[in-house]
Design a protein around this ligand. Structure first.
Ligand SMILES: Cc1ncc(C[n+]2csc(CCOP(=O)(O)OP(=O)(O)O)c2C)c(N)n1
Ligand SMILES: [Mg+2]
Length: 323
């Protein structure tokens, strides 16, 4: 597949935006600026950016509790996402969703979910809608290795298989569900092996190689758009931080985390860009500086934004007052 300089630099920028957003989120959470819970995506950027780079704006994704990266890669504005993390009225869900519940229909983010495996049936429903309406849009379900032991995953992929729905099931296999190693809760060797049971293609790629993810996702997207049905795409990756901020991380040795950091998808693409003459060190630094400025503006925007009004607490939420 032809991949040009522009696309490569766009993917570098996309991954760096996520990394810098997460680095700042870590600091802001520790400083008490962000309430609730955060699950950082650092280390896994190659998956979100590789997959979303193969999508159109009108395609839709379903995301997870570790969803900042997916939403940014799909085109979510970092200003509104940061404001959402802050719980402010200007957030993309008016401050009512927070870190784990980001949605923005304008750019095809159907929604993230704090329920493991929760968004898989929802985005499968979007794929059914695309088929029914005969649009050529594609849906993507992002989920972790742990979610592949949820019934919602198995039921959804089976329905998508028999109905040939235009969807990609993208498993981010970071080898852990909280502190549980995937090898202790799955008898088959790879998550992709599970595809055979549903009669769909199952592919495993190095999730820290953004170009490999992009190429595999592009093939699966083309298949889906042509009405040939779903693909299960397993992306092997690892997270740089704990499961959530505050996790003591005792189930991984320091060496394992160091090893993971060496596999950084951003450093890897940066080296490739320089080695292959796609970009100079200076061009890469310029991109990084520009991103740092963009994130600083997003933080300032969130910090200065108003809190939601108490009288709006029941607006835009699925609730029937019983008083
Ligand atoms: C239905 C459900 N069960 C349990 C939890 C608690 N929980 C939150 S994240 C998580 C692990 C998910 O692991 P995985 O799907 O591999 O995603 P990762 O965190 O590794 O990205 C669990 C068990 C939950 N949120 N929802
Ligand atoms: Mg996992």
């Amino acid at each position: 597949m032809e991949i040009n300089k522009e696309k490569l630099l766009e993917m570098y920028r996309g991954m760096f935006v996520i990394r810098h957003f997460e680095t700042k989120t870590k600091e802001l959470f520790a400083g008490g600026k962000i309430p609730g819970f955060v699950h950082l995506y650092s280390g896994e950027e190659g998956v979100a950016v590789g997959v979303c780079s193969a999508l159109r704006k009108d395609d839709y994704i379903g995301s997870t509790h570790r969803g900042h990266g997916h939403c940014i890669a799909k085109g979510g504005d970092v200003k509104y996402i940061m404001a959402e993390l802050y719980g402010r009225e200007t957030g993309c869900c008016r401050g009512k969703g927070g870190s784990m519940h980001i949605a923005d229909f304008d750019v095809g983010i159907m929604g993230a979910s704090g329920i493991v495996g929760g968004s898989i049936p929802l985005i499968t429903g979007a794929a059914l809608h695309f088929k029914y309406k005969e649009t050529d849009q594609v849906a993507v379900a992002f989920f972790g290795d742990g979610a592949t032991n949820q019934g919602s995953f198995h039921e959804s992929i089976n329905l998508a298989a028999i109905w040939d729905l235009p969807i990609l099931y993208v498993c981010e296999n970071n080898k852990y569900a909280e502190s549980t190693s995937i090898s202790s809760v799955m008898r088959v060797k790879t998550v992709a092996d599970r595809a055979e049971a549903y009669g769909v293609p199952g592919i495993t790629v190095d999730g820290n190689d953004v170009v490999a993810v992009y190429e595999a996702a592009s093939d699966a997207v083309e298949r889906a758009r042509k009405g040939k049905g779903p693909t299960l795409l397993e992306c092997e990756t690892c997270r740089h931080h704990g499961h959530f901020e505050g996790d003591s991380g005792t189930y991984r040795t320091k060496e394992m985390v160091e090893e993971c950091k060496k596999r950084c998808p951003i450093k890897r693409l940066g080296k490739f860009l320089e080695d292959e003459g796609f970009a100079t060190k200076q061009e890469i630094e310029d991109i990084e500086k520009d991103v740092e400025r963009e994130i600083a503006e997003a933080i300032e925007f969130a910090d200065k934004s108003p809190w939601p009004k108490p009288e709006d607490a029941l607006k835009d939420v699925f609730v029937t007052p019983y008083y």
